[in-house]
Ligand binder design. Structure first.
Ligand code: F6R
Length: 608
C-alpha cells in the first residue's frame, strides 16, 4: 500500500527519476500521488489523477530539484483528495511521505492542536510531519528520531527540511523500504523496481532502522528502546528489474500475467530435481519429521491457495491441516500445538495481517514456520525458519493470477515432500505425480487457448449484476477464487458456494437473471455436482460450465459448456482457475473498468 521514492543527488535533477519510480510503484496504490523537491525551499505538485497526469503537471510547473521525495497513495485516513495527498508539509519547514498507519495519531494531533498547529488534511501522515517539526531544533535526524519515539504503528517514511538542501532521512517499521547506493547520490524506495537502471547496489532496511542519506553517503541507525545505535547493513549487488513493467503485446498487466502462467509455473519448478525436504530449507527434513499438524495462514487469493492445498495435504500426506484467515487468526484465542508446521502464504510477503499472524503463532510457541512467497527479500521470508520462493516474477496487476498458480505449484510440491517424509509416498507415486506436475505448464497453455470462447461469455456477463460460482471438493476454493476475481475487477457481486450447499439457502437467489458458473472436473464428485446443476436448471438458472472432456456435459438451452482440454487429476484446480481468471478479466474490460487498478484496492496490503 502506497509507494514511496526519495533521492538526493550531487549532480542532477532527480524529478524524472522520482516520476519514473512512481510509475513503477503505482500498482501499490493509485488514489493520489505527489512529488516534493528542495528548490530554494519546499516545492510540491500533488494530484488525485494518475502518475501520467502528475507528470504533465510537473512539466507545466517546471518542478526541479537535486533532492526530492515522491508518493503514490492508497487512502486509509482521509478521502482521496489533493489535501490528503502526500507529500505533506509542516509549514514551510518539513516535507514528509509515509506508507503505513500511525495508530496513535489522534492523541498526538490533539496535543499539537493544543500548541496551535493547524491541520490541512485528515491524514495520520500530516500529524507525523508536524511532530517532526515540533521536535526540530536544527537537526533533522534528531527530530525524526524523537518523533519516532512517540509514534506507534507501521511506517516507511522519507523526510527532508528547508534548512538542509541535501539530506533526506528515511525510516521503516513494518512497511518495506530499500536504500539504493549511487555515485554521488542516494535513493530510497518501497521496492527495488522503482530504482531499476539507477543503481545496482541495494540495502534492505530492517524494522526499526532510520537512515540519514546525503549524496556522498549514508548512516543507518537501529531503534533500540528509545536509543538509535549506528549499525552496518549488508549492501547487495543485484540487478533490479523494471522489464516486468513493460506490457509488450498486452492491454493490461493482468492479461499479461494470466498468459505468463506457463512460464511462471515452469520457473517455479526449475530448480526441483527430486522430491526432497531441502527444497524448503536446510532444516526442513527435521521439521517435517517432527510435526504432526499443518496450520496455514493467509489472506485473499493466497488464502484460497491454502484452502485448495488442504485437500492435497490431508489426502496425499495424511496430515491434519487447518487453514485460517490471517486477520481472524491473529486476534482469536486458539489452542497452540508446538508440533505444528505453520505455513504463511503470500505473494508479496509484506501483507500486514499475515505477517502479524506469523509472529503471533511464533509467540504462542509454534516455531516451525514456513513461508511460501514470491518475494525472496520480503519480511515474511526473513521471519520464517523455512521458505519456498515461487518464481512468478513481479506481479503488477492488483488481481493476483500467476502468484496463485505458482503458490499451488509450490504447495503440491510441499505435499509430496510431507508425504515422503511421513512414508506415504511410494517411488512409483512420486514419479507419477512429478510427471504430472512438470506437464502443468503445457496443460495451462492449452487452457489459455480457450480465451475466444471465454470472451463470448464475458459479453453476456458484462451486463449482469450478480453471479454465483459453484464447485465441489478441491474445486470449491477454485470457485471462491473465481468469484473473488470477478467481483474485485468487474464490480459484479459474486458469491461462491460448495454446490451441495445450494439447497441450504442460496438456491433462493436463482432465477433466469443470475449466471451460475460451475467448475465441473471429471472427479468422484461429478454425479453429485450434476444433481446440483439440475436444481439450478429447474429454477431456470443459466449455467455456465467449465467441464472436463469426459464429463458428458453438453450445451443445451440453459446450459453453456466450455470444454476443458484434459482431465488433470489432483492438479485439476490449477487448470480450472485459468478460465475463471480470463472470464473476470474480459468482463471487467468490456465494462470499461481500470482492470489493473480496481477501485478502492491496492497491491500488497501493508496496513491492517
Ligand atoms: C486478490 C488479491 C488479494 C491478495 C491478498 C494477499 O486478487 O490479490 O486478495 O491475494 O491481499 O496478498 P499477499 O498474497 O501479497 O499476501
Amino acid at each position: 500500500m502506497c509507494g514511496i521514492v526519495a533521492a538526493t543527488s550531487k549532480h542532477r535533477n532527480v524529478v524524472p527519476l522520482l516520476v519514473q519510480g512512481l510509475k513503477r510503484l503505482e500498482y501499490r496504490g493509485y488514489d493520489s500521488c505527489g512529488v516534493a523537491v528542495w528548490n530554494q525551499g519546499l516545492k510540491r505538485v500533488r494530484s488525485v489523477s494518475r502518475v501520467s497526469e502528475l507528470s504533465e503537471q510537473i512539466s507545466k510547473d517546471q518542478l526541479q530539484g537535486f533532492l526530492g521525495i515522491a508518493h503514490t497513495r492508497w487512502a486509509t485516513h482521509g478521502e482521496p483528495l489533493v489535501c490528503n495527498a502526500h507529500p505533506h508539509f509542516s509549514g514551510d519547514q518539513i516535507a514528509l511521505i509515509h506508507n503505513g498507519i500511525i495508530e496513535n495519531y489522534e492523541e498526538i494531533r490533539e496535543e499539537l492542536a493544543a500548541k496551535g498547529v493547524q491541520f490541512t488534511s485528515q491524514t495520520d501522515t500530516e500529524v507525523l510531519a508536524h511532530l517532526v517539526r515540533d521536535n526540530y531544533t536544527g537537526d533533522l535526524l534528531g527530530a525524526v528520531q524523537a518523533a519516532l519515539n512517540r509514534v506507534r504503528g507501521a511506517y516507511a517514511i522519507a523526510v527532508f527540511c528547508k534548512d538542509d538542501p541535501h539530506r533526506v532521512v528515511v525510516a521503516r517499521q513494518g512497511s518495506p523500504l530499500v536504500l539504493g547506493v549511487g555515485d554521488g547520490e542516494m535513493f530510497a524506495a518501497s521496492d527495488t523496481m522503482a530504482l531499476a537502471g539507477e543503481t545496482d547496489r541495494f540495502i534492505y532496511l530492517e524494522d526499526g532502522d532510520v537512515a540519514d542519506l546525503m549524496p556522498q553517503g549514508y548512516q543507518i541507525y537501529s531503534h533500540q528502546g528509545t536509543e538509535f545505535i549506528a549499525v552496518e547493513r549488508e549492501v547487495r549487488q543485484m540487478e533490479a528489474f523494471s522489464n516486468a513493467v513493460e506490457l509488450g503485446p498486452y492491454r493490461h498487466y493482468m492479461q499479461k500475467e494470466i498468459f505468463e502462467q506457463p512460464r511462471a509455473i515452469a520457473d517455479t519448478l526449475e530448480a526441483v530435481g527430486e522430491v526432497t525436504p531441502t527444497l524448503f530449507g536446510e532444516k526442513a527434513g527435521e521439521v517435517f519429521k517432527e510435526i504432526h499438524r499443518v496450520l496455514m495462514i493467509a489472506c485473499g487469493t493466497s488464502y484460497y491457495a491454502a484452502l485448495t492445498s488442504k485437500y492435497w495435504i490431508e489426502a496425499i500426506a495424511g496430515i491434519p491441516c487447518d487453514v485460517e484467515i490471517a486477520s481472524e487468526y491473529r486476534y482469536r484465542k486458539s489452542v497452540p500445538d508446538p508440533k505444528t508446521l505453520v505455513i504463511t502464504i503470500s505473494q508479496s510477503g509484506e501483507t500486514a495481517d499475515t505477517l502479524a499472524a506469523l509472529k503471533h503463532a511464533r509467540d504462542l510457541g509454534m516455531t516451525q514456520t514456513l513461508t511460501i512467497c514470491n518475494v525472496s527479500t520480503s519480511a515474511m521470508v526473513r521471519e520464517s525458519l523455512l521458505r519456498y520462493i515461487t518464481r512468478a516474477g513481479v506481479e503488477i496487476g492488483v488481481a493476483s493470477t500467476k502468484a496463485f498458480t505458482t503458490q499451488l505449484t509450490a504447495l503440491f510440491l510441499l505435499t509430496l515432500c510431507l508425504a515422503k517424509v511421513k512414508g506415504r509416498l511410494s517411488a512409483e507415486s512420486e514419479d507419477r505425480y512429478m510427471k504430472l506436475l512438470r506437464h502443468v505448464p503445457k496443460a495451462v497453455s492449452a487452457v489459455l487457448a480457450l480465451e475466444p470462447q471465454v470472451i463470448a461469455w464475458a459479453q453476456r456477463f458484462a451486463s449482469k449484476q450478480h453471479a454465483l460460482f459453484l464447485g465441489r471438493g478441491i474445486h470449491y476454493p477454485i470457485a471462491l477464487e473465481g468469484a473473488l476475481k470477478l467481483k474485485e475487477i468487474s464490480y459484479i457481486h459474486a458469491e461462491a458456494y460448495p454446490a451441495g450447499e445450494l439447497k441450504h439457502g442460496p438456491l433462493a437467489l436463482v432465477d433466469e437473471s443470475i449466471p451460475v458458473v460451475t467448475v465441473a472436473p471429471n472427479d468422484e464428485l461429478l454425479e453429485k455436482l450434476k444433481s446440483n446443476m439440475k436444481e439450478v436448471e429447474a429454477r431456470k438458472g443459466e449455467l455456465y460450465v467449465f467441464a472436463d472432456a469426459d464429463t458428458g456435459l453438453e450445451s443445451s438451452e440453459h446450459i453453456h459448456v466450455i470444454r476443458m482440454p484434459e482431465n488433470y487429476g489432483p492438479l485439476s484446480p490449477i487448470l480450472h482457475v485459468i478460465p475463471l481468471q480470463l472470464l473476470a478479466y474480459h468482463t471487467a474490460f468490456i465494462r470499461g473498468n481500470d482492470v489493473d487498478k480496481p477501485r478502492n484496492l491496492a497491491k500488497s496490503v501493508t496496513v491492517e
